[in-house]
Ligand binder design. Structure first.
Ligand code: XMP
Length: 506
């Protein structure tokens, strides 16, 4: 495997994804907390960073841990660190260098540059520049404005590059990473879904033996794939719980429950609608609603988990970005779990945790799920928030409002599917506003609910652009909702991007 040391760059995860796309396994570790490389590590990549090597207390690693022992590639900050620690000079650039540049290959036979074209386009994003490299460093490429765009160190398998090969604007960046990982580090390209499933199932069998595992299914991709892997390893000893909180999309609970049963999962569907509606009654503040839902889920799940005799493990669908986030250079994020601690931990949270997807990115989870036979309607579904429709009904929630929203949402999503837009959109949904509007129907004046349609393009939900849906499709959806859903007389389309808006309205 390849070890990637993270100095806090926004692109570190992208390096890992590119390496995985080469079918080579890699792990990200924070620069100040990484395992000493053992025989399984074939090479090390030092990431970029928002810091400057010139700062006092600039993040650094003991390069002697790797140099001359393993192939080493410094990217941006990583390259500057290598240069500076070896006696080179790093200074602020005159202007912050940001954007496309073209490489002039100086040492074409450098293994790192194999197959790259002269004038290959690369992406720069840095405010410091390596002004001078030590004598044993060999310059291998420059650009118009950056002399030291790439170097290697004589007698070592150590390389540094000022540009970012991991972003797609570096057109041959993937070739460069392949040169490093395959030619220089000599990694075998055998990391794929089939191998992952085989080795994970084997590990789970050894780890769990005859133990019982309880796992909460949400209908989403991660928990479903985690369940399928565990099921393949331990069969009926995996006890799944799927809670109907009454806040899912129309027909969703029944449809997904049937799919789970068809897949052979040992799953119990729990109708807890009333419990959730009672907990939400009278609440209108978004964060208070979220907390009430979180608390109720824990009560319901804890009760159900107690019905299973001798359960030892809690299965979870944690994926790699969650893991990286919690150990990242920026420090642990303590956002989601705050309300879990009120009044002590419920019993199920004291179980040992098993997380078979801990090392996978989302697209890898999807591929594994596909290989395990998860049907496309679960595999390719849009993200859906845990609190469900409760945060898409602005203000107070009533069963009648939930029904209205479910009907409108159903029409919207069906139309997106029929027109082929569903697959092109990252997330879509309908929001029920907390104001009413006047309308006319026949000779009658109406005074009814307003809904907003939302559809966004995004890659990770952190930023998002609103989708330019064709007017004809919007017109058809609006007509259908107003004609078919009694109680809604106006439809609007949300044309805000994130930031400054968010994807959800609450
Ligand atoms: P925002 O509205 O913050 O949403 O732009 C970003 C992504 O997060 C989802 N989201 C949630 N997911 N619990 C969740 O599990 C929540 O409380 C929650 N709030 C927002 C949202 O659907 C979008 O995908």
């Amino acid at each position: 495997k390849i070890l990637i040391l993270d100095f806090g760059s926004q692109f570190t995860q992208l390096i890992a994804r590119r390496v995985r796309e080469l079918n080579v396994y890699c792990e990200i570790h924070p620069y100040n907390h990484y395992p000493q490389p053992d025989g399984t590590v074939k090479g090390v990549i030092l990431s970029g960073s928002p810091s400057s090597v010139r700062e006092e207390n600039a993040p650094a690693v003991n390069l002697e841990d790797f140099r001359k022992k393993l192939p080493l590639l410094g990217v941006c900050y990583g390259a500057q660190l290598l240069a500076q620690k070896s006696g080179g000079e790093v200074l602020p650039s005159d202007t912050r260098e940001y954007g496309r540049a073209n490489l002039k290959l100086i040492k074409k036979d450098s293994l790192l540059l194999t197959g790259l074209s002269q004038a290959s386009q690369v992406w720069m994003s840095h405010s410091d520049t390596i002004m001078r490299i030590p004598a044993d460093f060999e310059l291998i490429a420059s650009t118009e404005s950056v002399q030291v765009a790439a170097f290697q160190i004589a007698g070592e398998q150590t390389y540094g590059i000022q540009f970012h090969p991991e972003v797609t604007h570096s057109l041959e960046g993937k070739q460069l990473l392949e040169n490093f990982v395959v030619k220089i580090c000599q990694c075998k390209q055998d990391w794929n879904s089939a191998n992952f499933i085989e080795s994970t199932v084997q590990e789970l069998k050894e780890k769990l033996g005859q133990d019982k595992v309880v796992l909460g299914l949400s209908g989403g991709v991660d928990s479903s794939v985690a369940a399928l892997l565990l099921h393949r390893a331990i069969g009926k000893n995996l006890h799944c719980i799927f809670v109907d909180n009454g806040l899912l999309r129309k027909n969703e609970f029944e449809d997904v429950l049937h799919s789970y049963q068809d897949l052979g999962l040992n799953v119990k569907g729990v109708d807890a609608k009333l419990q959730f509606y009672n907990a939400l009654s009278g609440l209108s503040d978004p964060e208070v609603k979220r907390k009430a839902i979180g608390r109720t889920f824990i009560e319901v799940f804890d009760h159900e988990a107690h019905q299973i005799q001798d359960v030892k493990w809690l299965g979870q669908g944690t994926i790699y970005p969650d893991v990286i986030e919690s150990v990242s250079v920026k420090g642990p994020s303590a956002t989601i779990k705050s309300h879990h601690n009120v009044g002590g931990l419920p019993d199920f949270m004291k179980l040992s945790v098993v997380e078979p997807l801990r090392s996978l990115f989302k697209d890898e989870v999807r591929r594994v799920g596909g290989e395990l036979g998860l049907p496309p309607h679960i595999l390719n579904r849009h993200p859906f928030p845990g609190p469900g429709l409760a945060i898409r009904i602005l203000g107070e929630i009533t069963p009648e409002k939930i029904r209205l929203l479910q009907e409108a949402d159903y029409i919207y999503i069906q139309n997106l599917k029929e027109t082929g837009w569903y697959g092109k959109i990252w997330q879509a949904g309908v929001i029920l506003l907390d104001s009413r509007s006047v309308g006319v129907m026949g000779d009658e004046r109406t005074y009814e609910h307003v809904v907003a349609l939302r559809a966004v393009h995004s890659t990770d939900g952190m930023t998002a652009d609103w989708v330019h849906l064709p007017y004809e499709i919007l017109a058809k959806i609006s007509n259908e909702i107003i004609n078919k859903v009694k109680g809604i007389n106006r439809v609007v389309y949300d044309i805000s991007s994130k930031p400054p808006a968010t994807i959800e309205w609450e």
